[in-house]
Design a protein around this ligand. Structure first.
Ligand code: NAD
Length: 431
């Protein structure tokens, strides 16, 4: 049996009975099954939604600086394209495997539908440790990965973007590798440097979107940002922008971290000072403006708002009872496992789900793609205004659906998204 057949079998037969504690893909499937039960989605459309459209596993050979040849595993999973070209980031990380990429591809399908951008869902990744690779090695890896998956990509087929371990520079290398074979094609990736056709505001977009929905939630809960202590896990693209913009909005940032550990200060942390420290090579645990925190203790620190903005599954059945925040904004993808969810719901924690909280990135990726196709550039004010309108509009839809149905924001977000994708499947006449 091929891997795709196994996946299909697992999702159709085994998984609906599973109560939790599964893999990332199993958790993603559980959200779909739950939404399907809550909406009465057409049974045949559901059959298609349960399995990815295409899964590609490629070998990515790279000559290391020491002359040795190393072969990495690379993936691109296209989950569902009923609403438009596949869209999703490419992750370079040691945890990358097919299960994780498949789950993240499904989340992209739901995210794009929820914020109503005309894309389907995809994700890619390479199993590697970018922190142990030189810039030259990463350049060769990015180019070779692009060459090996490019036959299933295209401006109207599948458009990658950055994710963990990749950034604007990686996108520039990938665009260049694609262009070498197909001619100048800036719309083949989003999240590019502005100088190469990237959009103003794309770099900050995911963090900006997360802060926008947090501000809306605070308004609904009747709490002022000034009265809330915020902890942000991860200080890459998403974490650093989220922390910076949350501080600008008036929240008190009390904890920050990266892979090496974190820092905590109940009086507040100067995010710009922390950024300079980390950018000059300092470890968060040695930052003078706070006390050192072990990476694994981060999610249970005292705070009102916890914003995971790093890797997945950081809040799980083993630590969820220690979580002290009353608001969690999922800036990372799948930071809370399915098994931890009911504990948070019972404790009355407001969770803004990933497919809403971190959708700012794909919204501005859509703006970037639109600008590339039109060969036109929008000013940053327009990008941020349109981002704000979409994020707040989507947040409102989720809150209203959650209120009307008496369900959590995650359940509401999935209900909206699954209904939209199922409707597109029916309209296309797939089934
Ligand atoms: P990044 O590579 O720029 O940064 C990741 C950060 O997390 C780094 O600071 C790293 O040190 C830290 N980290 C890694 N493992 C950690 C751990 N176990 N504990 C604490 N910190 C850890 O990645 P990014 O682009 O900022 O992505 C972060 C998350 O946001 C991912 O889940 C990604 O899927 C999601 N996301 C990113 C975007 C985007 O536009 N980049 C969009 C939507 C969602």
């Amino acid at each position: 049996m091929t891997q795709t057949q196994q996946a299909r079998q697992a999702s159709i037969i085994a998984f609906p009975q599973q109560a939790g504690g599964g893999t990332a893909w199993q958790d993603a499937q559980a959200y779909l099954e739950r939404a399907a039960r809550q909406t009465g989605v057409d049974a045949e459309a559901l059959l298609l939604l349960r399995s990815p459209f295409r899964e590609l596993h490629v070998e990515v050979p790279v000559r290391r600086d020491n002359g040795r040849l190393e072969v990495f595993s690379g993936y691109r999973v296209q989950h569902n394209g009923a609403r438009g070209p596949y869209k999703g980031g490419i992750r370079f990380h040691p945890d990358v495997d097919l299960d994780e990429i498949r789950a993240l591809a499904a989340l992209m399908t739901w995210k794009c539908a929820l914020v109503d951008v005309p894309f389907g869902g995809a994700k890619g990744g390479v199993h590697c440790d970018p922190t142990q690779m030189s810039e030259g090695e990463l350049n060769r890896l990015a180019r070779r990965y692009m060459q090996n998956v490019s036959h299933i990509l295209g401006v109207t087929r599948d458009i990658p973007a950055p994710d963990m371990g990749t950034n604007a520079k990686t996108m520039a290398w990938m665009m260049d590798a694609y262009g070498a074979a197909h001619g100048y094609t800036p719309g083949i990736v989003t999240g590019k440097p502005v100088e190469l056709g990237g959009s103003y505001g794309r770099e900050s977009a995911t963090g900006r979107g997360a802060v926008l929905v947090l501000l809306e939630l605070c308004r609904d809960l009747g709490v002022a940002p000034q009265d809330l202590q915020v902890a942000v896990q991860g200080f890459g693209n998403v974490g650093s922008w989220t922390a910076r913009l949350a501080q600008e909005a008036g929240f008190r940032i009390v904890a920050l971290s990266d892979l090496r550990g974190g820092t905590y200060n109940a009086e507040g942390i100067d995010v710009e000072a922390f950024r300079s420290w980390v950018e000059s090579g300092g470890s968060p645990t040695e930052f003078a403006g706070g006390d050192a925190v072990h990476a694994t203790d981060f999610v249970t620190l005292p705070c009102d708002v916890l914003i995971p903005a790093a890797t997945g599954e950081v809040i799980h059945s083993g630590n969820v009872r220690g979580v002290r925040a009353t608001i969690i904004v999922e800036a990372a993808n799948h930071p809370i496992t399915l098994s931890a969810e009911p504990v948070l719901a019972q404790a009355g924690v407001s969770v803004v789900p990933d497919i809403l909280a971190n959708a700012g990135g794909v919204v501005v990726s859509y703006f970037e793609w639109t600008q590339n196709i039109q060969q036109f550039r929008w000013p940053e004010e327009r990008v941020n205004e349109e981002l704000s309108a979409r994020m707040i509009g989507s947040y409102r839809e989720v809150r209203e659906t959650a209120g009307a149905r008496g369900v959590t924001m995650r359940e509401a977000a999935f209900v909206i998204a699954v209904e939209r994708v199922a409707a597109a499947i029916k309209l296309r006449g797939f089934v």
